[in-house]
Design a protein around this ligand. Sequence first.
Ligand code: ATP
Length: 365
Amino acid sequence: MGNATFNVAVIEGDGIGPDVIAATRAVIEAAQARVGGFSLNFDYHDAGAGYYAEHGRDMAPGSEEGVAEADAILLGAIGLPHIRATDGTEIAPHLRLRENMQLYAGVRPVKAYPNGPQKLAAPEAAKIDFIVLRESTEGLFYSAAVHGRTDIANDDEVQDILRITRPTTEKLHDFAFRLAQKRKRRGSPGLVTCVDKANVFQSMALFRKIFHERAAAFPDIETSTNYVDAQALDLIRRPWAFDVLVMENMFGDILSDLAGGLVGGMGMASCAEIGDSHGLFQPAHGSAPDIAGEDKANPLAAILSGALMLDYLGERHGVEQLTNAALEIESAVERAFAAGEMRPMEFGGDQGTKALTKALLAVLG
Ligand code: ATP
């Protein structure tokens, strides 16, 4: 029997995007060669601010349809502050993809690596390993995601909408519980914490109500609830006590940055955006124009996003080798840090993008 083959749509994008994608592809292909049993076709699509400046559109003709047909989308970074659309906003076709494909589950892992750039002095901080699961299509970004959704917007008053719907929230919480089950099989405690403000907002009370409803179907997973302000405190006080944190869009936007700061910086922040039938994988950082083209970017956020992509494909298509390739990459990053082989310039080390990738490939074997 031939290898299972999957199509990956690649958008390198702007700034450091092409550099971190090149690193990610090299690492994915090394893991693939090691594990075997699957093939990937990488299909490149032009998109982003640079493309817009040259061609007057943010994606190449046919690319929007092309990426939608792929099995997964791998994205570098999009946007350059000095290139704007006619309405003054930055070029952001990925936000349109997120909306059109309804990528409601934003998965943002937060993990402390040995010798990594931890910011907390407590010894338990070495054990930080949790996921911020950010709803990504509604919540307080509902008005922001698509133009024209704001009811009142004039010079005297603006009302943005915080929208929580039952169908999306049910899917989100189910996703959180299934993620906790998967992590539990790999040694995590199996705990989902609902982060909300259910004591103040009706929308958040509904969010929490649905959380408890869905929890009943996952008796093997422990649950807890936390108000978002208390959660901010707990992310500094005892971040090692959490496993999967599920929350609405704006809370997730803010807390995932805070959480990312605990274990380093943007160069470590991987991200998966998953819907019912599509998955988009990209580092949570931007295009970092200040270091673009200088071989200084830390590619680990992109590489770890690539591992999330392999894990997603493995689970969705029942191909164990893909899951194993994802685990190989994660384990190689962990071992490389432990051996002092990961020294990104971002954290004052001596390794640029290429040197770090080479060191990781050596550990991956
Ligand atoms: P966006 O709004 O598009 O997310 P941003 O304005 O928040 O972008 P980034 O492009 O993420 O900003 O950059 C913020 C800072 O972090 C910059 O100083 C940048 O150089 C740094 N940075 C971001 N990503 C990386 C990386 N992978 N490696 C090293 N430094 C990075």
